[in-house]
Design a protein around this ligand. Structure first.
Ligand code: GLN
Length: 487
C-alpha cells in the first residue's frame, strides 16, 4: 500500500468508502509518522491508544452502515480545545495537567462525525503569539527549512506544522488575530477563519472572547470545507453562536467565479513588504481575472489603526479572561504565606513573559484613568474598520490580499522584539476586528523555496464566496510543493 499519510482528507475518506483501506490502517500510518516527527515538537500530548480504539470503533460503525462526515479520519486538535479526560493545557504551565471533565462543542461535533484524535497540538501560550515560541512546551519547528530552523507561525503552529508534515489529515486551530491564516501561509497549508459565531466557543480556552474563532488547517481548500462543515453549527451554550444552518461548502469548492467582483484594498500595500509578496499579489489578481472575476480597487482607510486597536482590545479581554487562573480551582498552585501571596506566586510561576505582558497591558488599558483614552477609543476604531468593510462590500464580493508581510523566519529572530512580532498580523487582524471570514491559500514558493500565502476575505456569513474564490486561486496557483523530509 502506498504511503497513506500523503493523502488529502477528501481522498482518504473516499479510499475508506471504497474499501481500499480502513481507519485502523490509516490511523497506524499516521501514528508512525507522528512517532518519527519528535523534532518538530508539533504535539504536546499523544493519544495514540485512544486513536487506535476510535479507529476500530469507526471501522465497526462503517461496517454497520453508519458513516459520519469525518468517519475514521485521523486528525490533530489544537490544545486550546477542551477534550474530556485528555490533558488540555493551552501551552501554559498554569494549567498543569488539567484534564477537562467536558468536551468542547467543536470537538464534540467532530467526534459525533467519526473523527479519530491523534493528540493535542502545541501552540503559543494561550494562543498569544505569531511564531509558536511562547509555548511553555518549547517552540514548534516548521517542516520547511532553510539551513536553520524556521518558525511555523502562530499561534496554531503545531496544527500547521503537523498538517504540512503529513502527521495528520487536518487539524483544528483558532484565530484571534491571524492564528489560523498566518501559520497556514508559513507552512504551505490552507487555513480558514470563519465568520465570528460560526463555530461555538464553548469549551475552547478563552483568549479574547469577541475575536476568538475556531477553524481548520488542512491540505486543500476542499479539505478545509469538509472540516469546517463538521466544526460549525449553532450551539445554545455559546451566546455569540449564530443560529443559522451550516451550508454545503464542499460544493462551493470548484464552482465558477465568473462575474465575481474581487476588491483590491490599496491600504494593504505597505512599506517594507518584500517585492516577492507584492508580485505574488499581482499574480493572484491575474489568476482570478483569468478565471472570470472582475477586479475592482477599493479603499479601507482605517487599516493603519487596526493593529494598534487589536493590541488594546485583545489584551484587555485577555486580562479579564485570564483572571480565572488563580491556583484555587484547577491547574498549578504555588503555596504562599497567605491568599494574596498564593495568587501572586502561582501567576508569576505559571504564566510566561508574553502572557504577563498582555495581562499588564490589558489591565492598564481597562483601568479607570485610561479606559476612555485606550479601550474606548480602540472600540471606536473597531467600528470604523467594520464600516470600511461595509462600504467595500458595495463595490465587491470578496477581497484579495497577501496573508502576511513575510515568509517564515528563523526561530529566535523576532522573539525579543514584540513590536516586530506584532507586525505579522497586519493583514489578518482586520477580519477579526470586523468578524469576517478569511482564508489563506498557499500560492507560491519564494526565492528561498519557502511557502507564501494569499488571503481571501469575505462578507459575514458568506463563506461560500470565500471558498469559491479560494478554490479558483488554488487551481490557478497549482501549489503542490511539499517540504523535504529532514526530521
Ligand atoms: N499573533 C496574534 C497575537 O499574538 C494573534 C494570535 C491569535 O490569533 N490567536 O495576539
Amino acid at each position: 500500500m502506498s504511503d497513506l499519510t500523503k493523502l488529502t482528507l477528501s481522498d482518504a475518506l473516499g479510499g475508506m468508502a471504497k474499501g481500499d483501506f480502513n481507519s485502523v490502517e490509516l490511523t497506524e500510518a499516521h501514528i508512525k509518522a507522528c512517532e518519527g516527527a519528535g523534532k518538530l515538537n508539533a504535539f504536546i500530548t499523544d493519544t495514540h491508544d485512544l486513536a487506535r480504539e476510535q479507529a476500530k470503533a469507526s471501522d465497526a460503525r462503517r461496517a454497520s452502515g453508519s458513516v459520519g462526515k469525518l468517519e475514521g479520519a485521523p486528525l490533530g486538535i489544537k490544545d486550546l480545545f477542551c477534550t474530556e479526560g485528555v490533558k488540555t493545557c493551552a501551552g501554559s504551565k498554569i494549567l498543569g495537567d488539567f484534564q477537562p471533565p467536558y468536551e468542547s462543542s467543536v470537538t464534540a461535533n467532530m467526534k459525533a462525525d467519526g473523527m479519530v484524535m491523534l493528540g493535542k497540538l502545541n501552540l503559543d501560550e494561550f494562543a498569544m503569539g505569531s511564531s509558536n515560541e511562547t509555548s511553555s512546551y518549547g517552540p514548534v519547528i516548521n517542516p520547511w527549512r532553510k539551513n536553520e530552523d524556521l518558525v511555523p507561525g502562530g499561534s496554531s503552529g503545531g496544527s500547521a506544522s503537523a498538517v504540512a508534515a503529513d502527521l495528520c489529515l487536518g487539524a483544528t486551530a483558532t484565530d484571534t488575530g491571524g492564528s489560523i491564516r498566518q501559520p497556514a501561509s508559513f507552512t504551505g497549508t490552507v487555513g480558514i477563519k470563519p465568520t465570528y459565531g460560526r463555530c461555538s466557543r464553548w469549551g475552547t480556552v478563552a483568549f479574547a472572547s469577541s475575536l476568538d474563532q475556531a477553524g481548520p488547517i488542512a491540505k486543500t481548500v476542499k479539505d478545509s470545507a469538509i472540516l469546517l462543515e463538521s466544526m460549525s453549527g449553532y450551539d445554545p451554550k455559546d451566546s455569540t453562536s449564530i443560529d443559522a444552518p451550516v451550508p454545503d461548502w464542499v460544493s462551493a469548492c470548484g464552482a465558477s467565479i465568473k462575474g465575481l467582483r474581487i476588491g483590491i484594498p490599496k491600504e494593504y500595500t505597505i512599506d517594507g513588504m518584500p517585492a516577492e509578496i507584492e508580485k505574488l499579489w499581482q499574480q493572484g489578481i491575474e489568476w482570478l481575472k483569468a478565471a472570470g472575476a472582475e477586479i475592482v480597487d477599493v479603499s479601507l482607510p482605517h487599516t493603519k489603526y487596526a493593529l494598534p486597536a487589536y493590541y488594546v482590545v485583545a489584551p484587555a479581554e485577555a486580562s479579564s479572561n485570564l483572571a480565572r487562573y488563580d491556583g484555587m480551582r484547577y491547574g498549578l498552585r504555588v503555596e504562599g504565606e497567605n491568599l494574596a501571596d498564593t495568587y501572586e506566586r502561582t501567576r508569576t510561576e505559571g504564566f510566561g513573559d508574553e502572557v504577563r505582558r498582555r495581562i499588564m497591558i490589558g489591565t492598564y488599558v481597562l483601568s479607570a484613568g485610561y479606559y476612555d483614552a485606550y479601550y474606548l477609543r480602540a472600540q471606536k476604531v473597531r467600528t470604523k474598520i467594520a464600516d470600511d468593510f461595509k462600504a467595500a462590500w458595495e463595490k465587491c464580493d470578496a477581497l484579495l490580499t497577501p496573508t502576511c508581510p513575510s515568509a517564515p523566519f528563523a526561530v529566535g529572530r523576532k522573539v525579543n522584539d514584540p513590536i516586530t512580532m506584532y507586525l505579522n498580523d497586519i493583514f489578518t487582524v482586520t477580519a477579526n476586528l470586523a468578524g469576517l471570514p478569511g482564508i489563506s491559500v498557499p500560492a507560491a514558493l519564494d526565492a528561498d523555496g519557502l511557502p507564501l500565502g494569499l488571503q481571501i476575505i469575505g462578507r459575514a456569513m458568506d463563506e461560500e464566496t470565500v471558498f469559491k474564490a479560494a478554490s479558483a486561486l488554488e487551481t490557478a496557483a497549482g501549489f503542490t510543493a511539499k517540504p523535504t523530509k529532514w526530521w
